[in-house]
Design a binder for this molecule. Structure first.
Ligand code: TXA
Ligand code: MG
Length: 342
């Protein structure tokens, strides 16, 4: 199929809304990453998202809404069933990079939730995303707009790299502000639990809720070999799949800029002897900068044909914890200290 390039002008957004209403697929910008959207209530349309991405169909979608009131029809028991935690989070942190998991209503097809009886919902901040959802008049199911396993796209060009010819249209909006996907918070248990870390940190959630928030055990485990995955099964099904993988081999190195630079230089020299090219990235310990650049850099370095990508670690706290989660996954958990010789 031919993939339409749409602008953010009103008539183009209207066209995109129409495509969604008719069961088509439209990629669109959000503040986190680009999403690949379809009508969340149309099982056929949602099934075609899995096909376009080459995604396993047990991996559930996030449903995007433009108004908090759109949430009521998606959750079991409607507005009356939303607890105090949900209300606080909606008031303080929506719209924004926070996804909440609730028990789902019958209105949400099983295909949208990968067969789960829960539904993940997010109200994005990005104006183009909000206009599209409003114009479509439907909640929009949207995973990140990449082929399954590839780094999430943070520019319209990166969407086209994976999706040109596979979807109906792309809204050619701006580069994403945050650069990594939303925080996914499970509200169905006794204690709110983070299934995927993002820009809304654990500390911020605790502050808003006035109580403890915990990480899913799979996020804080040190070892991530295959045997371990058996014991600590992530509750967020998407977290168990290979993710964010460029073609190049990625390695994370801890240490000061000087230590990192020296170690990276040595590795680069060794690799050059056997004809392999090494790219070296230092985000200066800045989590916002790292988040904004990471996925785009991985894609760009792949295009340039690098074999090895060495990235300096950032501090594993606050938003840095979320960014390190993506870096480590893109590296297959290959992380060393500058002083280590392996
Ligand atoms: O920032 C984002 O969240 C982006 C933009 C487009 O909004 N979307 C995104 O979607 O990252 P996706 O499909 O790439 O990731 C959705 C994550 C997966 O890890 C999935 O397993 C989890 O959310 N998820 C979705 N529904 C869930 C549910 N009912 N229970 C637990 N986890 C769920
Ligand atoms: Mg994704």
């Amino acid at each position: 199929m031919e993939t339409l390039r749409l602008t953010t002008k009103e008539e183009d957004i209207r066209r995109a809304g129409e495509i969604i209403r008719y069961g088509g697929l439209v990629a669109f910008p959000t503040e986190t990453v680009y999403g690949l959207g379809a009508n969340a209530l149309d099982a056929e349309a949602v099934a075609s998202i899995y096909r376009a991405k080459g995604r396993p169909s047990d991996n559930p979608m996030i449903v995007h809404i433009a108004d908090a009131t759109d949430l009521f029809g998606l959750v079991e028991g409607g507005a009356a069933a939303l607890g105090a935690d949900a209300s606080r989070l909606i008031t303080n942190l929506w719209p924004g990079p926070l996804t909440m998991v609730f028990r789902k209503s019958d209105a949400v097809p099983a295909v949208t939730t990968g067969g789960l009886d829960t539904v993940a919902v997010r109200m994005p901040q990005n104006q183009t995303a909000r206009r599209l959802i409003k114009d479509a008049g439907k909640p929009i199911a949207a995973p990140s707009a990449n082929l399954s396993g590839r780094p999430s796209p943070t520019t319209a060009e990166d969407v086209l790299e994976d999706m040109d010819g596979r979807i109906n249209a792309v809204i050619m909006g701006e580069a994403c502000d945050v650069g990594i996907e939303s925080t996914v918070l499970d509200l169905t248990g006794n204690v709110p639990q983070i299934l995927r870390p993002g820009a809304v940190t654990k500390e911020r959630l605790s502050e808003v809720l006035g109580r403890e928030v915990i990480y899913d055990a799979s996020l804080t485990e040190d070892r991530h070999d295959a045997s371990n995955e058996e014991d600590v099964r992530p509750k967020s099904p998407g977290m168990k799949y290979v993710h964010y993988s460029p073609k190049a081999k990625v390695r994370i190195i801890r240490g000061s800029t000087e230590e990192f630079t020296e170690r990276a230089r040595q590795i680069g020299l060794d690799a050059a002897k056997v004809g392999r090219r090494t790219a070296i990235i230092d985000y200066d310990g800045d989590p916002e900068k790292a988040a904004r650049r990471l996925f785009a850099d991985l894609r760009e370095l792949d295009r340039q044909g690098y074999d090895i990508i060495l990235i300096r670690a950032i501090a594993n706290v606050g938003f840095g914890f979320s960014v390190m989660n993506r870096m480590l996954r893109s590296a297959g958990y290959d992380i060393v200290d500058s002083s280590e010789t392996r």
